[in-house]
Design a protein around this ligand. Structure first.
Ligand code: AMP
Length: 440
């Protein structure tokens, strides 16, 4: 074709032909805001700290940058002759995210002249296959911290040749108590390296980590982010690139939530729904009730084996499964392409968790819907979430499911729901609500 030589948007960011081609094959026409902001400084070799929500395209933002760096460094020497040196390390908080990031990197790297090996490492599965996979080395390693330390301790991997370190979902990594493991891992890395951090929020722990690990970082936010709060006051409003999510709040008694859920799914003909519940028990219990009502529903939580979790996800992705009842384990990092609806059957603990949960829908620019069930007992908690989000969601009632319970006074119930962590009373209350005979 004789089309005029126009620079593609990814070429304009400085990406190589092989990476432009891979991006085009993924259907990326235009860089997302976080990609446009993060890729150029990363390609210059700067440390980058990015405020990026899952769904903003951050995986490709750091992925394209690190692949290009590795492509530039490739010597052309046949790699089989020597052990592959681990040059890029991506740390993530969960196995699911590790698998997803690994897949994305493989797809984006597929046209590089010197193919790169991407190893994915996570705990909860047998060690041996991962040790075997690391034989001969891998240029790119995507890992959860604990298992990686384990493998490093067994000399299955050496990290002293790492040029680029990526921390994906840094807030979550710290939230999950990985701080100690992160410190031990970074001690194994060369001091001279490039570091790229991505986090949806910037709580003090992330700021401390960034201070300790980054050198004069360039801070990038997706330009269309709601005006960011100062780091000290980071709140979900500091989240970058949150796409359009229609938020609804339906008032309903706890006992009526399962019938209401069924009603909404059937009436609105939602093809696929991710429903968040507070406990593993509730996820099994509600899934069972829905199955008995003839709906394709399954539980998703940390007690399931890795294989079972992958199966449930694959079935939801393929449309075989219509409803996934998940604990907060699924709130972050999971990518469910085209997921139209998220339901908060139980409210999340914090406003940050709320943002992560509803961010499972409306990814990559698509519109999404998030419905929260609010009862008399949880109204005060939801108000707190709204306040921290800086957004009010009008309450609705649905004919046939109007609440009968009396609303509690405006102040939060005693002992409850003031801070980020649940009190024991809250947990008991939730367990009672989830496990009571009234769950639907
Ligand atoms: P992430 O924030 O990395 O979880 O990415 C969310 C989704 O956005 C993934 O399905 C990506 O394939 C998709 N995505 C990433 N970059 C682009 C882009 N430039 N254009 C369209 N979709 C994209």
């Amino acid at each position: 074709m004789n089309s005029p030589a126009t620079e593609s948007p990814f070429e304009a960011l400085g990406l190589s032909a092989a990476l432009q081609r891979a991006a085009a094959e993924q259907g990326y026409d235009q860089p997302t805001p976080i990609q446009a902001a993060a890729i150029p400084p990363a390609l210059r070799g700067a440390d980058v700290i990015g405020c990026a929500h899952t769904g903003s395209g951050k995986t490709a933002a750091f992925g394209l940058a690190l692949l290009q760096r590795l492509e530039r460094q490739a010597t052309g020497a046949p790699v089989r002759a020597t052990r592959r040196r681990t040059q890029a390390l991506v740390l993530v908080p969960t196995r699911e995210l590790a698998v997803q990031v690994g897949d994305t990197l493989r797809r984006l790297g597929r046209h590089l002249t010197q193919p790169l090996k991407v190893a994915v490492i996570f705990g909860g599965v047998a060690l041996n296959p991962q040790m075997l996979a690391l034989r001969g080395g891998a240029e790119v390693v995507v890992a959860t911290p604990g298992r990686l330390l384990d493998l490093a301790g067994r000399n299955a991997i050496t990290l002293d040749g790492v040029d680029v370190l990526v921390l994906d979902e840094a807030d979550r990594l710290l939230d999950e108590g990985f701080a100690d493991e992160l410190a031990r891992l970074t001690a194994l890395l060369p001091v001279r390296r490039q570091s790229l951090f991505f986090s949806a929020t910037f709580p003090p722990a992330v700021q401390d980590l960034a201070q300790a690990l980054l050198r004069e970082p360039v801070r990038v936010d997706a330009p269309d982010a709601p005006r960011a709060a100062a780091p000290e006051t980071a709140s979900p409003s500091a989240i970058a690139g949150v796409p359009a999510i229609d938020q609804r709040a339906v008032e309903v008694d706890a006992a009526q939530r399962t019938p209401l859920l069924r009603h909404l799914i059937e009436k609105a003909a939602w093809p696929r729904v991710l429903v968040f519940v507070a406990t593993r028990y509730a996820s099994e219990h509600v899934a069972e009730k829905l199955r008995r009502a003839g709906l394709a529903a399954a539980a998703f939580h940390g007690d399931l084996s890795q294989g079972a979790r992958q199966r449930v996800l694959a079935e939801l992705n393929s449309g075989k499964l219509r409803i996934m009842l998940a604990t907060d384990m699924a709130a972050r990092g999971l990518h469910i392409p085209g997921l139209p609806v998220v339901v908060n059957y139980d409210l999340p603990r914090s406003a940050v968790d709320y943002t992560h949960r509803i961010g499972r829908t409306a990814r990559a620019g698509a519109a999404g819907l998030a419905v929260s069930f609010v009862s008399a007992a949880t109204e005060a908690h939801f108000r707190l979430i709204e306040k921290r989000q800086g957004q009010r969601v009008p309450r609705e009632r649905i004919a046939g499911f109007q609440p009968r319970e009396l609303a509690v006074p405006a102040s939060p119930p005693e002992g409850g729901i003031k801070g980020r962590r649940k009190s024991r009373k809250d947990k008991l209350r939730e367990a009672a609500a989830a496990g009571g005979p009234s769950t639907g």
